[in-house]
Design a protein around this ligand. Structure first.
Ligand code: PMP
Ligand code: GLN
Length: 380
């Protein structure tokens, strides 16, 4: 057995969803919406299964989807990608990240990661032979600064992996912070692997700025997106990677021997969906923002302290304010005794975990959120 995987616990998302089923809890743990996703997009997929081409699509992805991704980013982010040379379709963002790490690093290379980090990152870095250099972010602002980057980057830093907007913290990186990171990438000749799956799920006056569009980053950034988060279809696992041609050639070599392709029927439907009118994206954001606000109000009425949420499906509760010392224990009690599942944020840390924050997924119907609040009203 390979030691990287042999020593890993089961993913916290799987653990909490199982506990939620066992205890008939309201599941606000694993991040998936109650909403079934746009019906027109699902119909497109169904039609493509029945009457479309269901054999292997091209390794790089269906041309119509690659063109749709290019048109989508040109329209929404003002970035021009060549669909032939700079865009590849993968089986979710996870495959894109795994492939990029395998393609970009050699054993012994260093990879800078920001804690809290999505649970797949560290095992994927280590399995690819990378050595992790961790930057520790902490509430309430979860920001990095120059001194933190200076302590993490070295001549051996090949890749820095940034998740923006950040799951689980719910923050969106500012232009200044992105430009600071860009300066380090240039100084240390590193590639930025940017997990932007939450790019459309941003609220209020926050705007998602892709790192690849910042000065000096066009040739040294791998931008990763996912249809799962854009269309509330998390099980679809259709991801997209954008990078300059020289980098993309490397990424394609890894992808061809991981999944090789991604289901063509889902690709057809995502190509259609990416072209939806702006109103769809505006409504989607407004719907999630309304759920965030409803849940925030409910928790505040119970005297609970929530942290600001600028993007993602997640709202964080500051349990330190309740005198709680251990988020994992708190979540176990909450699911077993109160019937509400949440995620302990310490699960996103490898060392020196923040143990005072618990993550709730608010991408749920009002009825689901209210049911959770009713249970929490009995005490936490
Ligand atoms: N990265 C982050 C930060 C995520 O939150 C998620 C899933 N929520 C993923 C990657 C996985 O994306 P996919 O399902 O497209 O593999
Ligand atoms: N990304 C989802 C979350 O943060 C979970 C995905 C998974 O279960 N691996 O909740």
């Amino acid at each position: 057995m390979n030691a990287v995987f042999a020593n890993l616990p089961t993913s916290i998302f799987e653990v909490m969803s199982r506990l939620a089923r066992e205890h008939r809890a309201v599941n606000l743990g694993q991040g998936f919406p109650d909403d079934p996703g746009p019906e027109d997009v699902r119909r497109k997929a169904a039609e493509a299964v029945i009457s479309g081409w269901n054999q292997y699509p091209p390794m790089m992805g269906l041309p119509e989807l690659r063109q749709a991704v290019a048109a989508h980013y040109a329209h929404h982010h003002g970035i021009v990608f060549d669909p032939e040379a700079e865009i590849m379709i993968t089986s979710g963002a996870t495959e894109a990240l795994a492939g990029a790490l395998l393609a970009l690093i050699e054993p012994g290379d260093e990879v800078v990661l920001f804690q809290p980090m999505y649970d797949a990152y560290l095992p994927l870095v280590r399995r690819a032979g990378g050595e992790a250099r961790l930057v520790r972010l902490s509430p309430p602002h979860w920001r990095f600064d120059e001194a933190m980057l200076r302590a993490a980057f070295s001549r051996r830093t090949r890749v820095v992996l940034l998740n923006n907007p950040l799951n689980p913290a719910g923050i969106v990186c500012s232009a200044d912070d992105l430009d600071l990171l860009a300066r380090f990438c240039a100084e240390f000749d590193s590639v930025a692997l940017c997990d932007e799956v939450w790019e459309h799920v941003v609220f209020d006056n926050h705007r998602h700025l892709p790192l690849i569009s910042r000065p000096g980053m066009r040739e040294r950034t791998v931008k990763v997106g996912s249809a799962g988060k854009i269309f509330s279809l998390t099980g679809w696992k259709v991801g997209f990677v954008c990078a300059a041609p020289a980098v993309m050639r490397m990424l394609a070599k890894a992808h061809q021997f991981i999944t090789f392709t991604t289901p063509p029927n889902l690709q057809v439907a995502v190509a259609y969906g990416l072209g939806k009118e702006d109103a769809y994206f505006t409504r989607m954001r407004a719907g999630f923002a309304a759920s965030r606000d409803r849940f925030t109000r409910g928790l505040s009425r119970l005297g609970l302290k929530v942290l600001p949420c600028e993007g993602t499906y997640f709202l964080n509760l500051d349990i330190g304010a309740l005198g709680e010392k251990d988020d994992a224990d708190f979540c176990q009690r909450l699911v077993k005794e109160r019937g509400v599942a949440a995620i302990p944020v310490s699960a996103f840390y490898e060392d020196a975990p923040v143990k005072s924050v618990v993550r709730f997924c608010f991408a749920k119907t009002d009825a689901t959120l209210d049911a959770a609040l009713e249970r929490l009203a009995k005490g936490v």
